[in-house]
Unconditional design. Structure first.
Length: 664
């Protein structure tokens, strides 16, 4: 055993947060803290000191924060991330001889023991540590050592010896690396824009934005629709693919295998004579029109998210120019997409196992960079789980190396472990199973997993009640109350959420056939004309919910989500709060869209900073009504035909006749 190893008697274990032994980074946004915890121990009774070390990937020097101990050999410290990109962090610790000496000296003084020799030992420890003291501290520490050796009274020297300020000065004497134990690896945190953590998405088909029924919409029509989207309070507008659409094997209305004249086809069948993934469908307009549209969106506070669907129609230029990028069948034809028994003859998957996969990957990287150059910074990725994990890890890593501001949303309706793997290797956000979690028990179980386990460190859920592919039975049968309830659940359970509109605000609920989640007259296969000015629209409720989200920072994160008992399983109750408890949002939702339900809610008063014996006020931000709640249990009744939910802001002060102010 080496001499250095013999001196490193401190053990460091269970450093958290870390994902899969540090194989993958955790995620944060600027301004958030990384709270690090570790088990740090040693043999015997010597005191320990330690540091949390961190640095941005661009920096060569580490910054340090002293670790603090708490029971059972657990230590903690935190640092704040401020810049996009990647940070590294690790932990080191050492035996602190001076801290041990001062601690034991205090015990000896309390016991009335003679400490003459111990004071000399302390002076010797200070002198030996001067080597590692900052120059600005050396004169002061030298004077302290001399004072401990002086003929001043023992009481005076003892007072100096146990002075906490002396320990503070000595803590600056960090020993050299040979006396330190370093954790076995440095860990990573990837820092992405705030919209990776908190965003409200609205999906819209550009071709359905024309004010004239049956006419293909243009970017100019989309531009005219932008104020409507912004007024509802969304900050991300997601467009399905805007590329040329193939003609060969084009699908007809309602996903018919044969199209009729004039059928526009599916935007996900990408590629035609006019170009492929770096071209725009000619009926939408030109690149100049697209830039004008992006500029107008930005002026309204909207980021435009683009669909990234790495697949081709039979007419895509890649098929002609690079047939080696596709899988050939024994008869010489190219394999089209299948999910037996379903067949998608209008789509050719790319073959990532082909001999020319390197050139294929480089080309797809070029596609992403091309749209970044056009001004796109958010990509919704279609079916990422059908492409190799290693490809996404490489692609996202390459893109973020030069563009750390880019956000990738994974449309990963797949197995849980595959979904989590995609998040670990780089996707900023992910679709979830939220659409199919309808009972209180299902919601509690699923969101406890997402927010109160290590999953919260790498997986950011984006909750969608509906998509162009998903019209759940709950929405089909529940009428407007079902849409409102699912909206409120999505917007308050998740810091990121989205809706597919105008189908959502107009509560489109017609399925193609019984027991199907596919829309009748699906917008994926035909142009729809939506009456966005309909008096029956729930757009005003959507706008109010989004305003509540913006104005209450408790809803800007998922980490504080906690569920609370209700004695009726048709009701669900949960809260979110800021770290300082200055903003507490309490949500109660009736999950039955057909019937009124009532129940008693029990809150953890101490956890929410509420007095155990004092009433408090809850302010319903949906209706503006205010109620005085008593400690312990309170009664709630919700008629879904009026409003299926309360979104309460908890206010800790009650107005009296002499006090007209509300706060907290």
């Amino acid at each position: 055993m080496s001499e250095n190893k013999w001196m490193q008697r401190v053990i460091i274990d269970r450093v958290q947060p870390q994902i899969d032994g540090g194989q993958f980074p955790i995620k944060r946004t600027p301004g958030e803290k990384v709270k690090v915890r570790a088990d740090i121990l040693t043999d015997g009774h010597d005191a320990i000191s330690g540091l949390l070390l961190f640095r941005h990937e661009r920096d060569s020097r580490w910054r340090a924060v002293f670790l603090e101990s708490f029971p059972n050999d657990r230590w903690k410290a935190s640092f704040k991330v401020t810049e996009l990109g990647r940070y590294r962090y690790t932990v080191c610790a050492w035996l602190d001889i001076f801290k041990s000496w001062q601690r034991d000296l205090a015990k000896r003084i309390e016991a009335g023991q003679d400490i003459t020799l111990n004071l000399l030992i302390g002076a010797e420890i200070i002198e030996k540590n001067l080597t590692w003291a900052p120059e600005t501290q050396q004169a002061l520490l030298t004077a302290c050592a001399s004072a401990l050796r002086s003929d001043r009274s023992q009481t005076a020297r003892a007072k100096l010896a146990i002075n906490p300020k002396l320990l503070t000065h000595m803590s600056q004497c960090v020993p050299d690396r040979t006396r330190m134990t370093f954790y076995s690896r440095s860990l990573e945190v990837v820092v992405e824009p705030v919209k990776a953590r908190f965003s409200a998405w609205y999906e819209m088909f550009p071709r359905s934005c024309s004010p004239t029924p049956g006419t293909h919409g243009t970017f100019a029509d989309c531009e005219a629709r932008l104020p409507y989207v912004a007024e509802m309070g969304f900050d991300v507008l997601y467009l399905p693919p805007i590329h040329p659409i193939g003609i060969t094997h084009r699908k007809g209305q309602n996903n018919a295998p044969v199209c009729e004249p004039g059928d526009p086809g599916s935007p996900w069948a990408i590629g035609a004579a006019g170009g492929g993934h770096m071209a725009i469908h000619p009926e939408l307009g030109t690149f100049e029109d697209f830039q004008k549209f992006l500029s107008r969106a930005e002026s309204l506070g909207l980021d435009v998210a683009m669909d990234l669907a790495f697949q081709c129609s039979p007419d895509h230029p890649y098929v002609r120019e690079h047939p080696e990028w596709f899988r050939m069948r024994p008869d010489g034809s190219i394999q089209y997409a299948e999910n037996p028994p379903k067949k998608y003859q209008d789509i050719y998957p790319l073959d990532f196992e082909c001999a020319e996969r390197r050139t294929l990957m480089e080309e797809l990287h070029r596609v992403v960079l091309f749209w970044i150059e056009q001004g796109i910074r958010i990509f919704r990725v279609d079916n990422p789980h059908t492409k190799p994990f290693i490809f996404w890890e490489w692609l996202i890593g390459e893109v973020k190396r030069s563009h750390p501001e880019v956000i990738f949303l994974a449309e990963a309706f797949t197995r849980p472990k595959a979904m989590y793997r995609l998040a670990k290797l780089g996707f900023s956000q992910s679709y979830t199973y939220f659409a199919w979690r309808n009972t209180a028990w299902e919601i509690r179980k699923y969101f406890t997993e997402l927010t109160q386990t290590e999953v919260v460190e790498f997986f950011r859920p984006n909750l969608w009640p509906n998509t162009p592919d998903i019209l759940t039975t709950y929405l089909q049968t529940g009428g407007p109350p079902a849409f409102i309830a699912r909206l409120i659940l999505a917007a308050t359970l998740g810091a990121n959420y989205g809706i597919y509109g105008p189908a959502f605000e107009l509560y489109e609920n017609r399925s193609r056939q019984p027991d199907s989640e596919e829309y009748l007259k699906s917008e994926k296969y035909e142009i729809r004309n939506w009456d966005i000015d309909s008096p029956d629209s729930i757009k005003d409720i959507i706008a109010r919910v989004n305003r509540i989200r913006r104005e209450n920072p408790a809803l800007h994160t998922d980490r504080s989500l906690r569920f609370h008992p209700v004695d009726n399983e048709q009701l669900i109750c949960y809260s979110k709060h800021t770290a300082d408890l200055s903003n507490i949002i309490l949500t109660v939702v009736n999950l039955d869209p057909h019937h009124t339900h009532a129940g008693w809610v029990t809150l953890p008063l101490a956890e929410l900073g509420l007095d155990l014996d004092k009433s408090f006020q809850v302010h319903d931000l949906l209706s503006d009504a205010r109620y005085i709640w008593q400690p312990q249990r309170n009664f709630v009744a919700l008629n879904p035909q009026i409003m299926p939910a309360h979104i309460f802001r908890v206010r800790k002060k009650i107005r009296t006749e002499h006090d007209f102010d509300y706060f907290m």
